[in-house]
Design a binder for this molecule. Structure first.
Ligand SMILES: [Fe+2]
Length: 322
């Protein structure tokens, strides 16, 4: 029998896996195996019942389609209250076939609080509180990075209502990731380490590109660097969630630059686990309403040069605390 000859590039067999728990293995730096801490929240959500609409859940612990509500109407307060409870439970809720006018969109969002006016994105809708994202051959999508909206504000949004005016026939999905699950997926030692830490947030890396140099001092004065807890406590649910994002978070304070980078990279890797996510496929007149504390989002930029037009109303939140 002739012995097989090893490939010349194979000099030794190296074990690239490490057993990290009874049922999880780290393979090439990626953790493989079931993420069992999701089961409790998943079961809690499965047991919820609703009076004013039907719900079809999307992800394990995040996302639900709400059926049986017409957002173009002036909804009774009990329905609004129950939509808010659904938002808090599922972190992001979706509605189909809602041909809202700009006025109806603003009216619906305003039922949940005062609305923001975005200083960097022109409205172009006739409603100052409604931001229009109009992508095309010339205007490309740059929202394909995980983020919470406007954490460069001292008081970031509590949530946003996004209406699809015109979407491509494929692509342009938005992904949402559960930041309670990401926090709870960290080891107890890591959670203890990061709980007291603060981070610095800034608009410059992203929206700064659209600000003229002569306008920058005034914008910086109006929107200075802000400090938020790395782990925040949700003001309505009382649960802890990760609150750093790669778009607006510059660094972790009180640690070296290298440690800040190492830590943020580790947290963003944990945050981007597919098991913590849901993915929404838009149709014209779909609506997504996300809790901007409990989840991050990512707009897939895979549809160029197609047209994708979205309108967003953002609801003012509260100062994040731990
Ligand atoms: Fe966003």
């Amino acid at each position: 029998m002739t012995p097989t000859t090893a490939h010349p590039d194979i000099v030794a067999t190296r074990d690239v896996s490490t057993l990290i728990s009874a049922d999880r293995v780290e393979l090439h730096g990626q953790k493989v195996g079931p993420i069992t801490h999701l089961s409790e929240e998943r079961a809690r959500l499965a047991a919820l019942t609703w009076q004013n609409f039907d719900v079809k859940r999307v992800g394990a612990t995040i996302g639900a389609e709400i059926h049986g509500v017409d957002l173009t109407k002036d909804l009774p307060q009990p329905v609004i209250d129950e939509i808010r409870q659904a938002l808090l439970a599922y972190k992001v809720i979706f509605f189909r076939d809602q041909p809202m006018t700009s006025t109806q969109h603003v009216s619906f969002a305003r039922r949940f609080g005062e609305l923001e006016i975005h200083p960097f994105i022109p409205s172009n809708t006739g409603q100052p509180e409604l931001v229009r994202f109009e992508k095309s051959f010339d205007v490309k999508g740059f929202e394909n990075m995980w983020h919470f909206d406007v954490t460069w504000r001292a008081v970031p949004s509590m949530g946003a209502v996004l209406h699809a005016v015109k979407v491509p026939d494929s692509g342009g999905d938005t992904l949402f990731a559960d930041m309670y699950a990401a926090y709870e997926g960290l080891s107890p030692a890591t959670r203890d380490y990061i709980d007291p830490l603060d981070t610095e947030h800034d608009f410059v890396k992203s929206f700064g590109r659209g600000v003229l140099p002569e306008q920058m001092p005034a914008m910086r004065e109006k929107y200075p660097l802000v400090v938020h807890p790395l782990v925040a406590r949700h003001p309505e649910t009382g649960r802890k969630h990760l609150y750093a994002n790669p778009v607006f978070t510059n660094r972790v304070l009180g640690v070296s630059e290298d440690e800040s980078e190492r830590l943020l990279t580790e947290l963003w890797r944990e945050s981007s686990n597919v098991e913590y996510q849901c993915r929404f496929k838009w149709e014209n007149d779909s609506v997504a309403f996300w809790d901007n504390r409990a989840c991050q989002h990512y707009a897939s930029s895979d549809y160029w040069p197609e047209i994708r037009i979205m309108e967003r109303a953002s609801i003012v939140g509260s100062r994040p605390t731990r």
